[in-house]
Structures are given as C-alpha cells and as structure tokens.
Design a protein around this ligand. Structure first.
Ligand SMILES: [Zn+2]
Length: 154
C-alpha cells in the first residue's frame, strides 16, 4: 500500500510517498494537478514491483511530455535500485538527494544519511563521512559504492 502526504510550497507541490508501489497505485489520482515544480520525497518507499515500475514510468513520462518539471529527493534504497537497473527510471527528473545506508562498527547501530547527488558527483562519488550518533563510535558504508552510485556515473 502507498500513502501520500501533500504539502504546498512556494515552488510547487511536495509529495511524500511511503510504502509499496504496485499495480493498485494511481499516481494521477494521488498527486493530482501539478502547479509549478513537483518534488517527490522518496524516503519512505520500501518496495517497487515490476508493475509498479511501469506505472511510475508512465506517470512521470506523461508529466515530462506535458512540460511539468519534477525532481526526487531523499531516494530510498528501493528507488536507487530501480535507478541503477533502468536507465530512464527518473524520466528526466532530477535526482537531488539519496539516502546512504551505514552501520556502526562499534555498536552495530544501523542508520541512513542523506546526501546531495551534486556533492557526490563533485567528490567523484566518494562515500561521504558519516558517524554513529553515540560518542566514540564510527560508521561504515553498508553497500558497494560502485553499484550504489552506478546511476550517477556519466
Ligand atoms: Zn555506534
């Protein structure tokens, strides 16, 4: 199931999607008319199945063909997975920021850090420094940077 929270910002609607994207999702109905730039917050997207991928692409491609601008922020692992598998998954929208999974080497705490893709590109796709919230802890990136950042390579 997918839930949506909508907010109006100066630039346009900000929608926060949470849950799974599958056949029952109707983006047109959920998001409604877009006035300005559509910002899609993807932090809470936990799974996208194959029909969900088609639904997603159909919706965002139609926005693009209507000249609507859109961007994705705080992309979760499920979204990054699709971005890496399907070259056109963003459908021309800008991927502004992504979540990076870390775990602490000392206390096993798992956490995510949000990182701007522009900063990642500027650093040549180096994993940014992150730190466990407890003192004297450390952190390690929980994925393969080369695979994780694949969609950001030119
Ligand atoms: Zn720790």
């Amino acid at each position: 199931m997918l839930t949506i929270r909508k907010q109006q910002t100066k630039e346009g609607p900000l929608v926060e999607l949470s849950g799974t994207i599958e056949e029952s999702v109707n983006f047109e109905q959920l998001i409604g008319a877009v006035d300005g730039v559509l910002t899609v917050k993807c932090r809470g997207i936990t799974r996208i199945n194959s029909v969900g991928v088609k639904t997603w692409m159909k919706y965002f491609q139609s926005l693009k063909s209507q000249g609507v601008r859109f961007r994705f922020i705080e992309c979760s692992y499920s979204v990054i997975e699709q971005l890496n598998m399907i070259s056109n998954f963003a459908c021309g929208g800008e991927v502004v920021s992504i979540l990076l999974p870390f775990s602490c080497v000392a206390c096993q705490n798992e956490f995510v850090a949000c990182c701007n893709t522009a900063e990642l590109k500027a650093s040549n796709l180096q994993v940014p420094k992150a730190k466990c919230e407890r003192p004297n802890c450390g952190a390690q990136f929980d994925d393969d940077p080369e695979e994780y950042f694949y969609f950001l390579e030119d």
